[in-house]
Design a protein around this ligand. Structure first.
Ligand code: AMP
Length: 586
């Protein structure tokens, strides 16, 4: 195997994969699953839960959990859970650490290196924050890699002999990312990327929950403030219902009470796929603008796209597949599981980096997702007007790239110049994001217009370095932009490593049991009295054998409990008497 693993650090789910001689393979987590929900939670006893167990905890204790933190990477946002605060880097590091531990348990040896994927439109701050998250988790981050490029690699398009233009359509839980990837001469190049960081499957789920609650005379926004447990419960129910509607024509959803509990009188409502699609059509319509943007940036027509690849769990919705088929006049590729494609591609890239012989040598290039430049002052007659944006690297330029622009001093005898770095598409800097600033000093006195060369260098990890040279003296001012490297400095990363290591976690071998207990607590609240009685006995027995550390009995109880919960979640309530007898005699 390749010594580096590939990781898809997703908004809703994460996954890890590795390269073998037979090709890339997914790494199962402690529950034997390939997807680990990107959710962290703190047990009432202060122990950390990550993944499925945290997702179950979230239904009953949304205040003890945090999710969707990838949206806030590189910002000052903080999650507060169970009285502790976590930065987005720390939250992500906990997910990465879990994946690392799962990989180490799977291989039976340390796994120190990783390739981690990010959306192509992630800016420098977000990429840096992802590197920091990896370091806090104990990884040496070999490469930050764009998700659409990974998807193209997963489908083996890098091996295609002919030139092709691919469109990668990635609708995940919380983000939408669309990219044009071109293949030529064995090179894979992301020509353009666009997207929305607040559009994904969760929006479909929330809209469904909102419509159902509205239909019950409980406006969603008010319920969110006044009855958060009801909302958390309905979101969990609606996510299951939404996924079922990808396979069946209608689904029944039970409505919890204001505490988020169910009882015999809990009302039910039936939703058809048609109704769901009508309610969510406005969300689907939002995919069109980013598509128009990438096609515009690459001067391509829809008919120029040779292949469309679907990525992200939300592309399982039939309405999405139909819409994409209509837009491009051809069915998209969906042979691989859309939620595993990126991790698979990351493993291919990891194999490339480790020079694994099973992967052909190739060059992978990427693009700068935003225009990068500096603030300049313009002269209109006698008047100087500040605040204009001078682009230096244009959006969707292939990286790595280094570009130079010459600027001049504004007034006679000006010895100092402030270089303010911005990213964005606005003509005026106030519409763009300021990444940082630094000063150029020691400019020789003289008339206005003394030359300063500003060089922007953008590397494959999306890290930007700005260098200013006073042309007359050759003096250079090279700058690491602090805000753009924001998040954490070296000391802060080390401190975060210590803080995160202090957090107590359940032993990994306990994960499956921990998850089952959390799941059972959630299901308990959904059951009738008879069901609760049965589940209580089953749970009491399970906790007892856990306490006794009786491995065989634990195994047996775990299986029975899992069957019970599976049947409940599949909507089958009947429990045979034989089963009941089994439970009491582990
Ligand atoms: P990802 O971030 O790629 O893991 O995608 C997660 C999103 O995909 C979540 O919003 C899920 O609810 C959604 N999803 C997963 N499976 C399905 C399905 N069968 N039908 C509809 N949405 C799905």
């Amino acid at each position: 195997m390749s010594s580096i693993i590939g990781i898809d650090l997703g908004t809703t789910n994460s996954a890890a994969a590795y390269m073998t001689e037979q090709g890339p393979k997914l790494i199962p987590n402690a529950l034997g699953e390939s997807l680990t929900p990107s959710i962290i939670g703190l047990d009432p006893d202060g122990k950390l839960l990550v993944g499925r167990a945290a997702k179950e905890l979230q239904v009953l204790h949304p205040d003890r959990c945090t999710a969707l933190f990838k949206r806030y990477m590189g910002t000052d946002w903080k999650a507060e859970i169970g009285g502790k605060t976590f930065t987005p880097e720390e939250c992500s590091s906990l997910v990465l650490r879990t994946l690392k531990e799962d990989a180490e348990a799977f291989f039976g040896k340390p796994v120190p290196q990783a390739v981690i994927t990010v959306p192509a439109y992630f800016n420098d701050q977000q990429r840096k924050a992802t590197i920091h998250a990896g370091r806090i988790a104990g990884f040496k981050v070999e490469r930050i890699f764009n998700e659409p490029t990974a998807a193209a690699l997963a489908y083996g398009f890098h091996e295609a002999r002919e030139e092709k233009v691919l469109l990668i359509f990635d609708l995940g839980g919380g983000t939408f990312d669309v990219s044009v990837v071109e293949i030529f001469d064995g090179t894979l190049e992301v020509r353009a990327s666009s997207g929305e960081s607040f559009l994904g499957g969760e929006d479909f789920t929330r809209t469904l929950a909102a419509r159902i609650l509205d239909g019950q005379g409980q406006p969603f926004e008010r319920a969110e403030m006044e009855a958060p447990r009801l909302v958390a419960r309905m979101i969990q129910q609606c996510e299951v219902a939404k996924c079922k509607l990808s396979r069946q024509d209608s689904v029944t959803v039970r409505i919890a009470d204001r505490k988020g509990d169910f009882n015999e009188q809990s009302p039910e409502t039936t939703i058809t796929r048609e109704q769901f699609q009508k309610w969510t059509n406005h969300i689907l319509a939002r995919i069109e603008l980013p598509i128009r943007r990438v096609l515009g940036d690459t001067n391509l027509k829809r008919t120029d796209i040779d292949e469309v690849i679907l990525v992200g769990g939300a592309t399982r919705m039939p309405a999405v597949i139909d819409h994409v088929t209509t837009l491009f006049g051809k069915p998209p590729h969906r042979r691989l599981n859309p939620d595993e494609v990126v991790a698979i591609g990351a493993a291919v890239q990891a194999g490339l980096i480790a020079r694994d012989e099973s992967v052909q040598e190739m060059v992978v290039t990427d693009v700068a997702p935003f225009t990068l430049g500096i603030e300049v002052t313009k002269e209109f007659g006698l008047e100087h007007r500040h605040g204009y944006f001078l682009p230096i690297i244009n959006r969707n330029t292939t990286i790595p790239v280094s570009r130079l622009k010459r600027v001049g001093t504004l007034v006679p005898n000006q010895t100092e110049l402030a270089v303010k770095i911005y990213q964005g598409e606005g003509r005026r800097v106030e519409d763009n994001l300021c990444l940082g600033e630094f000063s150029v000093k020691g400019i020789p006195r003289g008339p206005a217009g003394q030359s300063i060369d500003i060089r922007f260098t953008y590397d494959l990890n999306g890290v930007l370095e700005v260098e200013a040279t006073v042309v007359e003296t050759g003096q250079k001012f090279s700058h690491v932009v602090t805000k753009h490297a924001r998040g954490l400095n070296v000391d802060q990363v080390q401190q975060a490593v210590k803080d995160m290591n202090k957090l107590k976690t359940h032993p990994r071998e306990d994960s499956a049991n921990r998850f089952l207990l959390k799941r059972a607590e959630r299901v308990y609240q959904e059951l009738s009295l008879e069901g609760r009685d049965l589940l209580t006995r089953l749970l009491d027995g399970f906790e007892e054998v856990l306490e006794l550390q009786d491995k065989e009995a634990i195994e047996k109880f775990r299986k029975t409990l899992k069957d019970f919960l599976d049947r409940h979640d599949a909507g089958e309530d009947s429990i045979s008497d034989d089963d009941k007898d089994d439970w009491y005699t582990p």
